[in-house]
Design a protein around this ligand. Sequence first.
Ligand code: NAI
Length: 452
Amino acid sequence: MVIGGGPGGYAAALYAHNFGLKVALVEKAIVGGVCLTRGCIPAKTWLHAADVYRTVKEAGHYGIESSEPTVNWGRALERKHEVVNQLVTGLGGLLRNRKVDVFNGFGRLAGPKKVIVAGEHGEEEIEANNVIIATGSEARSIPGYDIDGERIVTSDHALDWPERPEKVAIIGAGAIGCEFASLLSDFGSEVWLFEMLDQVVPGSEPQAAKALERALTERGVNVRTGTQIGNPVPVHGRLQVPFGEESVDVDVVLVAVGRAPQTENIGLDTVNVGTDRGYITVDPSTQQTSEPGVYAVGDVVAGVPQLAHAGFAEAIAAVTYIATGTSAPVDYRAIPLVVYSHPELASVGLTEAQAKEAGYEIEKTRHPFAGVGRAIIIGENQGIVKIVSEKDGPILGATVVGPSAGEMIHELMYAVAWEALPAEAAAFIHAHPTLSEAVGETLLGAAGRSLH
Ligand code: NAI
């Protein structure tokens, strides 16, 4: 029995088919969860629309003349719905084909092997040998900023804005903050991006964060890192956001300060499931909680990245253990992280700072996109690739900031996961002219024998 139909939950239900398990899944809203309906997919659809607009606007540079493009926000919003609906419908079909019993309603545990589904037509009790909790997360806010969905919003609301806001303050320059700053500025909004820590995408390689910050600033985003904001003050129908000695009046504040686990009212008090600040603690080798037969996957799990693809991997680990008794833990060392801003920022494994903190003696190599043929052809030759390896040892981590970074990071994912030595990875040949050559050049550099 799976509680929650987001990436963690639906992946568990789908994957269980491989082992012939009988599966039911309960979802209170729409299968697909935040990722499909209010997160990854709609956000990237908006980002793509922004990319198209920017590309058309800049087409003259490439010798393609067209009249000045305008944004039809309503059509872009409609396309977002179309993309989401296509994927949600497809997922419904997949679940049906795999004979998953999908219940619409709110699921809660009533003891270790019992789930109560509260649906439109009352309550139903379902017995299960194993229960997987995949109830996900919800946007959190900060004191003084009560989410009203109009003036103070989260990404949930921003993805459905009926029209483009003129002036926006974004609080938090993590993945959500940077992606919205990128797309809103591309569409022509004035954006103020506030981050209390000293760089955008805190925790990422500082040079890469700086490159992203520079790109956003060049497109007109007012980035304020290391900045504390005060409580908002309503002024003439707008909101004044104070920071330091200054303030800015905006139409809307988008709060993007992280996501909290959804564990309320799911009957955790009826089982012996351990929690840590609301998150569910699990044995990382099996995803099992402290209650035998009860598992957790996805954003609700304590101490792991809140990423859809981490949820998929945790679901596979949980189901594999349930079906076979074999532990197949998630390899968190090599989970890629991608911020889909323009430019994209992608990383895998350890940053330089993390590697040093872990006690490694390290070597680092950087290569810019500046001289990479393909990057010049497409007019996007800003950005870098950085590889961190152990001195005379394997590649520990990598970061790419630049065009298609989110696609390119995967070859570095293999290098990190397989603990490749730079010289081993550098022995392979990259097609020319490709953006991936930037990775190839960095690997050659890391092996101590640069080409270009
Ligand atoms: P986040 O944790 O990535 O970033 C939140 C940011 O807000 C942090 O940099 C934090 O320092 C800052 N912050 C917190 N309080 C603040 C304050 N009072 N003033 C200024 N800054 C403040 O959370 P985010 O961006 O909301 O995303 C939520 C989750 O969803 C994250 O785990 C993220 O990784 C995931 N996500 C991943 C995406 C991706 O992989 N492309 C896209 C969107 C979200």
